[in-house]
Design a protein around this ligand. Structure first.
Ligand code: PMP
Length: 367
């Protein structure tokens, strides 16, 4: 094959076109396991295979794309966001790819891998201590910087409906079409809530297609923010259950909240890696156990889908890579992982993640 050099893609449209090929259309895994010795199968989207290694790439790319369409972001504008990590990595990488400087506010207890990755993408990181407000303080400080920076763009992931729409137009349809290609229908979806974008958006699409589907948000049992309405206790499932119920989460539109212990999630994620070679993060272990729980309720033949939101690489310095003591109430010992098959990305040709509405004709900032 000969490759003809083309002009460097400097227009916004060309850059978005390149980026959207690196984000979404992830393979769907069918994971075979036994629960108390009974054979079962669960489904999970490999979101660790997105451009920067997490599901947040979908939201970051979609929010920026929409902002370009609407003209609410200027080329070269500073992007400012508060995040517990993955969102910062996504906005840092995708922001830079589009020629934007990026400033990220995050609690100072997030893993050093997260902080270093964001810095590596050339973004500024502001670590906010618990005494300075932790997560909620990060949001306040991001808003304050935006007020004093002319032209700054704040994605506001916790309150931005485009976050849900990203999953309504990408994650949900991908699951539907990947199931459809194999003659299947999803009976339930389970996903841990950080912003809630994944469960709200994918849930909305899947419910339109199949009104009886069950749509379950998930939270750590050690820190049940959604069940109580505020932060209670601490947990180790980075990326979910921050310190409040996000405004884009409508619990009335969802089925009951699934609760999973953080140590159990760590042990499950460890086994997905060591037994199956699936190197996923702690929230993926939680999501898998949540899906196991819902399948136990619905019956062994129920088709339950979840997401593996990120990879294990950002947790090398955390408890994910340490011995985690078993507890009597842990569910993971009842699970024996047998193997998996991956449904391909056949979806690539069956839908467009969004209609490519023309971007406003403007010059792009120098990279
Ligand atoms: N898992 C991880 C590792 C995450 O970073 C996030 C996003 N914060 C989630 C799960 C939850 O995704 P969402 O924000 O769409 O609820």
């Amino acid at each position: 094959m000969t490759v003809t050099p083309t002009a460097t893609p400097t227009s916004s449209a060309a850059r978005f076109d390149g980026l959207r090929r690196l984000v979404g259309n992830t393979p769907l895994l069918a994971i075979d396991y036994t629960f108390d010795g009974e054979p079962r199968r669960l489904f999970a989207k490999s979101e660790n295979l997105n451009m920067t290694g997490s599901i947040k790439d979908r939201m970051a790319l979609y929010i920026l794309r929409r902002a370009y369409e609407r003209g609410t972001i200027e080329p070269g504008a500073l992007i400012i966001e508060a995040t517990s990590g993955n969102t910062g990595i996504s906005f840092a990488a995708i922001g830079r790819a589009l020629g934007h400087p990026v400033s990220i506010f995050m609690p100072d207890w997030m893993s050093p891998e997260r902080v270093n990755l964001i810095k590596g993408f050339g973004a500024a990181v502001h670590a906010v201590a618990e005494d300075d407000g932790g997560f909620l303080g990060s949001i306040d400080q991001a808003e304050e910087l935006a007020r004093t920076t002319p032209g700054a763009f704040l994605p506001r992931q916790f309150a931005n409906e485009d976050n849900c729409e990203a999953h309504e137009r990408m994650t949900g349809p991908e699951i539907w079409w990947q199931f459809e290609a194999h003659g299947l229908r999803p009976d339930a979806i389970v996903a841990g809530v950080g912003t809630g974008g994944t469960i709200m958006g994918a849930g909305t699409f899947l419910r339109e297609k199949r009104p009886e589907i069950r749509v379950h948000p998930l939270e750590p049992s050690n820190s049940p923010t959604m069940s109580t309405g505020h932060q209670v206790g601490h947990h180790r499932i980075q990326g979910i259950s921050d310190e409040f119920v996000p405004p884009i989460v409508d619990l009335d539109a969802l089925d009951e909240i699934v609760a999973v212990d953080d140590g159990d999630s760590i042990r499950m994620a460890q086994r997905l890696a060591s037994n199956l070679g699936l190197g996923v993060g702690i929230s993926s272990g939680a999501n898998f156990l949540g899906a196991v729980q819902i399948q136990a309720e619905l019956g062994a033949d129920a088709t339950v889908v979840t997401v593996f939101a990120d990879s294990n690489k950002k947790y090398l310095s955390t408890d994910l890579l340490r011995e985690e003591p078993p507890q009597p109430d842990h569910q993971s010992p009842r699970v024996e992982l047998l193997g998996f098959t991956a449904f391909n990305r056949e979806c690539r040709t069956c839908f467009e993640p969004w209609e490519l509405t023309p971007l406003l004709e403007r010059p792009t900032a120098p990279a």
